[in-house]
Design a protein around this ligand. Structure first.
Ligand SMILES: NC(=O)c1ccc[n+]([C@@H]2O[C@H](COP(=O)([O-])OP(=O)(O)OC[C@H]3O[C@@H](n4cnc5c(N)ncnc54)[C@H](OP(=O)(O)O)[C@@H]3O)[C@@H](O)[C@H]2O)c1
Length: 286
């Protein structure tokens, strides 16, 4: 049985699987919700215990579905949720966290993120994050969709805790974070969690030049093209990835993205097919 490798989650030292599970858009028809709960459970069985959700997803429905998947298994899970920027005042963040905890059927989160930059001062949101840590409601605080300057501002706003993570868009067609953000976060021991590793539905088609290059690498390694993508996206220390968990067969395939290593030749082939930008680019987000 595959069991996904863990690595220290930035400065926290908590061992977290390099491949986790996302829950955006898992809500919907009853059958597809049941399938997503099954997918999440299958993922937990395979060691994909980093479960990412947010109050935004299905207006709380994704958190309720995640609760069903982790029921009785809370101790196995590195559970992450996010506060909406529109709720990210000091009191609003505290209240949003309590609502998420209730929906998730737990009394603590492993990591709580500001979903993207808010109109509230970052110092106010981070003060709420520190209170949540001090009160035992969350273990660690982080941000999402923050560029280097925004990360520095969040770090500066924290008075007695450190920033644990930045969750950002990262897939083969979107490698801008490799220029400045990944090196900065690595130096500061901030975990970088890449979201939408399959481009949120824009995965390279098999007959495209990129798709053909991926297939060659996959065949050389006796893996699938998606497993190659996940392996590439977690090839550096401090990198984690969270493909969507909507289908148990997909989850099983995704777990096989770990546990082997791309050769230098493979990495070079992927670099040629999906080059990282040659110049700094603004942080991309969905
Ligand atoms: N912080 C943020 O702002 C932010 C933004 C976007 C996403 N996220 C997080 O990142 C997670 C992943 O991103 P995403 O949901 O945008 O999409 P994704 O992981 O890039 O997946 C794209 C699509 O591929 C499908 N898929 C997954 N594994 C597959 C496989 N092995 N074979 C074929 N298809 C497969 C997924 O649906 P099915 O498996 O259901 O078919 C999904 O529709 C989200 O669920 C969310 O938790 C965070």
């Amino acid at each position: 049985m595959v069991f996904v490798t863990r690595r220290p989650f930035g400065f926290t030292g908590v061992e977290v699987p390099v491949i986790g599970q996302g829950t955006w858009m898992i809500e919907g028809a009853r059958d597809s919700e049941l399938l997503a709960i099954e997918a999440l459970g299958t993922g937990l069985d395979l060691g994909l215990t980093h479960v990412d959700t947010a109050e935004m997803y299905g207006s709380g429905r994704a958190e309720e579905l995640a609760a069903k998947a982790i029921a009785g298994r809370r101790g196995e899970v590195f559970l992450v949720s996010k506060v909406l920027p529109s709720n990210a005042s000091f009191d609003g963040t505290l209240r949003a966290c309590e609502r998420s905890l209730k929906r998730l059927g737990t009394d603590y989160l492993d990591l709580y993120l500001l979903h993207w930059e808010s109109r509230y001062p970052i110092a106010e949101t981070m003060r709420a994050m520190e209170k949540l840590i001090d009160d035992g409601r969350i273990r660690f605080a982080g941000v999402s969709n923050f560029d280097v300057d925004q990360v520095k501002a969040a770090e500066a706003a924290l008075r007695h805790h450190r920033l644990a993570a930045n969750q950002v868009l990262y897939h083969l067609g979107e490698r801008g974070i490799e220029r400045k953000l990944i090196p900065y976060c690595q130096q500061r021991e901030i975990a970088v969690v890449g979201y939408s590793p399959f481009g949120h539905g824009a995965f390279p088609r098999p007959n495209s030049p990129g798709g053909k290059a991926l297939l060659e690498v996959a065949q050389r390694n006796h893996r699938t093209v998606r497993q190659v993508a996940l392996n590439f996206l977690t090839r550096l220390p401090h990198l984690f990835t969270i493909p969507k968990a909507g289908d148990p067969d997909h989850t099983r395939e995704n777990a096989g993205g770990d546990g082997w290593t791309l050769s230098g030749e493979d990495v070079a082939a992927i670099d040629r097919a999906f080059p990282a930008p040659a110049h700094d680019t603004p942080l991309a987000m969905l």
